[in-house]
Each structure stands twice: as structure tokens, then as C-alpha cells.
Design a protein around this ligand. Structure first.
Ligand code: NAP
Length: 280
């Protein structure tokens, strides 16, 4: 019998990458949409899992509107449900129905005061989004079930707007481009994540893993690198986080290092593939 893989959140930035690469794998995939399965309804979720009996559940659902979560209580509440309570619910079900849960977390669980972070570093979120992701990790792991948590960061990829595609569209329209140059992170290609997870589907272990393309760059560096790959000569102005007044505290340096798994390929290669092989 074929291995059954249930993908949640398949219309999102990361989930759509899983859907795109799924044709290359000899696995039995399920991609229920929101109207077939409301992830905020635990009874519906259990019923779906009970009847479809997945061997793996890959949870790409979440609420990532960092600014809204910080400023709007309703968005914060929704983020708590999707980012913290849903991984807990899925972790409970994984015990009961014997599947491995693969779920995603974020570099924003860290405060950004270190040069780079390893898996074992202490979480210390400095905004509400980070808090919801940190809670999700703790709750999912607390049950001692078959759970693999992959922290990733600054996602870019096809099928949904992201920072890179947004900057390129601004350049195409000759708009003024100002980018923060003092926040560092590890931008990651959604397709690389999906392929890594599916290539190794049978061998994931319990625990927390950093899954990012190999780099540690600022938003400014990422913009310049993207423009260089596309031969765009638009001017990019550097601004500091202080100048770029925001209602959200963001970690200044949340670069991730992988000590528990092999790193994905260097950022430059992944970015080149995205910018030259996919529609932006
Ligand atoms: N984006 C990043 O830069 C980034 C960085 C670090 C970590 N991550 C993590 O990576 C994961 C994926 O992020 P993403 O950027 O791909 O997210 P996304 O694009 O915002 O997609 C979220 C997905 O969740 C689904 N969803 C939300 N509420 C739902 C509900 N009640 N019932 C069913 N489906 C629901 C959405 O469906 P609809 O289309 O129907 O709304 C969508 O498919 C998240 O865990 C996120 O925290 C992301």
C-alpha cells in the first residue's frame, strides 16, 4: 500500500511548493482545502484523519501576518489558534492515530541578540507572532509523540507574493526602493524545503531542526542579490530598523545554523533557480 501524506495549508506559500513537487514522488497525497477541512475545528480534523488514515501529516498552515498579530487582538487570537493550538491538536492526534507530524516554526522564536542560532539555543520571542510559534513548538513536543519541527525563515518561492517577488515588482515599476540593512536572517526557497522533507519522508526524527538555505544576509543584501541575478540596475537605498518606523519588534540577527541535519544549498543557487525558472 502507498504511503499516505496529508498536506495542510496547501494554498499557502510553503504548502503550494509541496503541491507543485508532489508529482515527482510515488506517494499518495491529500491536499484538502479550507472548505473541505476547517483546521480550527478539532472534531472535523479528527474525523478527517480517522477516515483518511495518513502516515504523515505535513502542517503548512499558519497565521504569519506579523504586523496584524502585533496590533490587532483578533489576529493575535487567530494566530494562537493556528500557530500554537493546531500543532498541539495534531500532536495529540498523531499519538492516537499513529502518524508522524511534520510542522514548521520560525526564526522569530529567537530574540536576535546572538550572531546565529543553533537548534538547542533558548527561545526568547520578542513579538507576538514569535510567541505563538514558540508556544506551538512547546505544546507539540510536550506530548512525546512522533513530531518533527522544522524552523525556517524569510520564505520565498512561486505561487504567492513574498518579499523577493514584491521587491522585483517594485523595481519593474521603477518605484523607489528602501530596504532595511541591519536585520539579518536566512532566506529560504520553499521548493528546497518541500523536496528535502519529501526526499527524507521515512527518516525524519523527533525534535527541532533548522531548515534553511545556507546564508546569513540582510533584507538589503537579499534585494541586491535578487536584482543582480536579474540584471536589474535599480537603485536600492539602505535604511536602518530605527529609520523604518515599525510597530513590531523584529529580531536583529536571527540567522539559523543547522547542527542536527545537513544544510540546504547556498542561498545564491536557490534564488537563481527561483528567479530564472518560475513566474514571479
Ligand atoms: N512565510 C515566511 O516567511 C515564514 C518564515 C518562517 C516560518 N514560516 C512558517 O512556515 C509555515 C507556512 O507559512 P506560509 O508563509 O506558507 O503561510 P501562508 O502562505 O500564510 O499559508 C497559510 C495556509 O494556512 C491555511 N489556513 C489558514 N487558516 C486555515 C483554516 N482555518 N483552515 C484551513 N486552512 C487554513 C491557508 O489557507 P487559505 O489559503 O484558505 O487561507 C494557507 O493555505 C508556517 O508555519 C509559518 O509560520 C513562514
Amino acid at each position: 500500500m502507498q504511503t499516505k501524506v496529508l498536506i495542510l495549508g496547501s494554498t499557502g506559500l510553503l504548502g503550494s511548493a509541496f503541491k507543485h513537487v508532489s508529482k515527482n514522488y510515488n506517494l499518495d497525497f491529500m491536499f484538502p482545502l479550507r472548505d473541505e477541512l476547517d483546521l480550527l475545528n478539532p472534531l472535523e480534523l479528527e474525523k478527517y484523519i480517522k477516515s483518511h488514515k495518513p502516515d504523515f501529516v505535513i502542517n503548512c498552515a499558519g497565521q504569519n501576518a506579523v504586523k496584524a498579530i502585533e496590533n490587532d487582538l483578533e489576529a493575535f487570537e487567530l494566530a494562537l489558534k493556528l500557530n500554537a493550538y493546531l500543532p498541539f491538536e495534531l500532536s495529540k492526534l498523531s499519538k492516537q492515530y499513529n502518524f508522524r507530524l511534520i510542522t514548521f516554526s520560525s526564526d522569530y522564536v529567537f530574540d536576535g541578540q546572538k550572531k546565529s542560532y543553533r537548534e538547542s539555543d533558548l527561545r526568547n520571542p520578542i513579538n507576538r507572532y514569535g510567541l505563538t510559534k514558540s508556544l506551538g513548538e512547546q505544546l507539540a513536543i510536550s506530548l512525546d509523540s512522533k513530531v518533527s519541527i522544522f524552523r525556517t525563515a524569510w520564505l520565498f518561492g512561486p505561487f504567492k507574493q513574498n518579499f523577493v517577488s514584491f521587491m522585483v515588482s517594485k523595481a519593474m515599476e521603477n518605484q523607489e526602493i528602501k530596504v532595511v540593512d541591519d536585520q539579518y536572517g536566512s532566506p529560504t526557497f520553499t521548493i528546497d524545503i518541500a523536496e528535502y522533507i519529501l526526499d527524507n519522508i521515512e527518516s525524519h526524527e523527533n525534535g527541532v531542526f533548522h531548515l534553511v538555505n545556507d546564508s546569513c544576509v540582510s533584507w538589503y543584501d537579499l534585494t541586491k542579490l535578487s536584482f543582480m541575478i536579474l540584471n536589474l540596475s535599480n537603485k536600492v537605498q539602505r535604511v536602518s530598523s530605527e529609520d523604518f518606523k515599525s510597530s513590531v519588534n523584529r529580531p536583529l540577527n536571527s540567522c539559523l545554523n543547522s547542527y542536527n541535519i545537513t544544510k540546504l544549498r547556498p542561498l545564491e543557487l536557490a534564488l537563481k533557480e527561483y528567479l530564472t525558472n518560475y513566474e514571479l
